[in-house]
Ligand binder design. Sequence first.
Ligand SMILES: C[S@@+](CC[C@H](N)C(=O)[O-])C[C@H]1O[C@@H](n2cnc3c(N)ncnc32)[C@H](O)[C@@H]1O
Length: 500
Amino acid sequence: MLLVSPGSGRPGPPVGRGVASVASYVVDRQRCRAGHERRPAVARYDSDMTTSLLDEPVPFDPGAPDAADDAVAGPARRERAGRNRRRKRRLVDQPRVPITLELTGFAHGGYAIGRAPDGRVVFASYGIPGERVVAEITGEAPTYLEATVVQVLEASPHRVTAPCRYFGAGYGQQCGGCQLQHIAYPEQLRLKTEVVREQLRRIGKFEDAPVLPMLGQDPPWAYRNHMRFTVRRDGDVGFMQRGTHRFLKIEECAIALPSVNRALAAVQGRTFGTRQLSVRVGEHTEDELVQPTLQWRPGRTRRLRSGQPFLREELLGQHYRVSASAFFQVNTRQAEVLVAYALDRLLERQPNVVVDAYSGVGTFAAQLAAHVDQVITIEAQTAAGDDAEANLGQFKNVTRVVGDVAHVLPGLEPAPDALVIDPPRAGVERAVLEGIIESPTRRVVYVSCEPATLARDLRILVDAGFQLLEVQPVDMFPQTQHIECVAVLDRRDPRIYGRE
Ligand SMILES: C[S@@+](CC[C@H](N)C(=O)[O-])C[C@H]1O[C@@H](n2cnc3c(N)ncnc32)[C@H](O)[C@@H]1O
C-alpha cells in the first residue's frame, strides 16, 4: 500500500485514526462534540476568482447521479439543488471522521468524485481520479458530501509534489486559492477540458460538443498580475480562507507575478489603517497600482508607492489604461493568447460592423479597430468606460456606449454582423440573447469564465438557429479549478452569411 500525503508526491504518515464509514460518522461526531476531539476547519480563501456561481459542484463523472447537477438545469433538478442548499451543513470547526474512497471522476470546482458507503456522491478536494484515498467529510447535503483528502493510499501517476508551502499543508494552514497544484499540469489541462465537455453535455445538452484541448501556459506559474490581500490590525498581510473566518499570513504566492510578491514583501508587517490591500502590476510595463493609499509603521524600509488611480498595461502591442475598480484579465500572457484567438475567429468572417459587448476597458475593441469598418463597445461600468475612452480615442471608427447590454443591444443601429461577448460569470441575460438572435449577426464569439452558464446560453443560441463550431478552453488560471473558454458560433442560415 502506497501512502502519500495530499498536496505532496511523497509518501505520508497514516492519519493515525481508524477509517470509518459514513454510518459511524454521525456517532463519531456526537462523541467528538462531547469534547473528545476538536480540529480546525479546512482552509479556503475568497478572491475575485474563487466564488462559484453554482451552489453544488457539477461532476465530470459518467457514473455520477444527476443530483450533483447545477441550478441552471431543469426545474426538478433546480428543486433538488434548492433542497440540498437549504439542508447543506458545512462542518466548519466540527471534528472530522475519515472514510476510504475510490476516486472515479472529476467535477467542476476541482473536486475528485467518489461514492460514500451510503451511496451519496462525495466531492473530494486534493484528490485525483483513479486514486484510493482517505478523506474527511467537511460538508453534507441530502444527496452529496464534501470531503478533503487527508491521505493517499494508492496515488495517481499524475500526482506531483505541490511547490507551494500553503497548498494542502494541513488544517488551518491551507490557503485554498489553488485547488490543483497536486496534479501534473498536462493532466490539469485534460481534466479541465473534460469538465467543459461535461458541462456542455449535462447543461447544454450537447451530446458531442466540439471542444478543443485546453491551451496551456508554459510555465504555468507566476502569472497573476492582480492579488487582493487582507491586512490584520498587527500589519500581517495574507488571505482570509474561504468559508472560514481564519486569516493566513502569506509570504509569497506561487501563482503571482514576482513583482506582486515583491510588493507583498514590501508591505508585510509594515502598514496599518486598512483591512484590504489590492496589488496590480503591468507584466509588460512594470507599472504598479496599489490600493488604498497606505499608511506606514515607523522604520527604515522601502515604502511602496500606493494610491495610484490607474495602471498601464500592454497586450499584443496595444496600450491600455486600467482604473483601480475596472476589470482586466489577471493573466497577461494568456490574455494575449485568448484575445488573439478570439480576434482570428471573429475576422475569419470578414465582418464590417462588430459589437464588443461587456467591453471593459476596450480590450477586444482596441485590437479589432484596425481590421473592420466599425466597432461598437457596450460597457456598464463608468470607470471602465472612462478607461475605454482613453484607450480607444485614437480609433475614429469606434463608438462607445456606456450602458447595460440588455438595453443597448436589442435594435442597435447599425446592426452588427459579428459580435464578441465577454460577460461576467452569471452569463448573458435572456434579453441579450434575444437581441443577438434578432440581429443579422453572422458570427458570435462568446468568451466565458463559467462553463455552466456558457452551456446554458449556447443551448439557447443553437436552438434559435446558430451552429456551435467550436469551444476552445484557454487556461487563464493554472493550478486552480477556474476555466475560461472561447465559443464560436455561426448563424446556420446560409442566406444570411452572404458567402460560404
Ligand atoms: C469579464 S469582464 C470583460 C471585460 C473585457 N471584455 C476584457 O476582456 O477586459 C465583464 C465586463 O462586463 C461589464 N458588465 C457586467 N454586466 C454588464 C451589463 N449588464 N452591461 C454592460 N456591461 C456589463 C463589467 O463591468 C466588466 O467590465
